[in-house]
Each structure stands twice: as C-alpha cells, then as structure tokens.
Ligand binder design. Structure first.
Ligand SMILES: [Zn+2]
Length: 118
C-alpha cells in the first residue's frame, strides 16, 4: 500500500475509534458487569406449596448475578431500582461491544503499521 493510502486508512480507523469511544463514554459511568434476572425461588420449608408447582414459587425477585473470584454472586435489587439495575447491565454490554470493536480496529492498525496489510 502506498503511503498516502496507508495514511488515509489509518486516519479513517482512528476516526472510527474516536467515534466508538464517544459512543461508549456516556455508558461507562453507569455500568455493571452482570446479568439482570427476574427470579423465582423455592424455599427451604419442605411443607411449603412452592415445592408443588412453579406458580407457587416465591417472587418475583430482582437480582443481578455476576462471576467474580471463581464463583457466582447475586445481589438482590429493590423493585424501585429495577430500571437502573437493568440499564446498568445493558450498558455494560454496550461498553463491551465497543471495546471489542476498538480492539479489532487496533489489530487492523497494527497490521497496517507492520506493512503486512495490502
Ligand atoms: Zn416456599
């Protein structure tokens, strides 16, 4: 690839990266790495009717589950915080997806700078 073409390509990729960064930046402040779940529970009392049928299970409970330190953690979410909790988990997906795209661009940039890309 000629130098001018190479520079244009690099410029285009750098611009893409700046846009991706701009797009994920608003979500960074409210992000939680976890899965938002609506959860029903069977209790420990064997005589409770929650053991008979799904429709008697306790809940719904709202929770976020996440994996850390080799195990899964759950945090229970009060119903008034359902929307923010759900949004934080979705934000993480947006941030992560942006990081993936930036990573792919950085790989392309390395290839260009190494002269391995046509
Ligand atoms: Zn029960």
């Amino acid at each position: 690839m000629k130098n001018i073409q190479k520079n244009l390509k690099v410029e285009k990729l750098e611009k893409e990266k700046r846009n991706l960064l701009k797009n994920i930046e608003p979500f960074l402040n409210n992000t939680i790495r976890g899965t938002f779940q609506i959860w029903y529970q069977v209790c420990a009392r064997k005589s409770c009717k929650c053991h008979q049928s799904k429709k008697y299970q306790h809940g719904p409970y709202l929770r976020i589950s996440y994996f850390k330190g080799g195990r899964t953690h759950h945090i229970y979410i009060p119903s008034e915080k359902e929307k923010i909790a759900e949004r934080c988990c979705k934000n993480y997906q947006k941030v992560w997806s942006g990081i993936e795209k930036i990573s792919q661009i950085n790989i392309k940039l390395l290839k260009i700078k190494n002269g391995k890309r046509k």
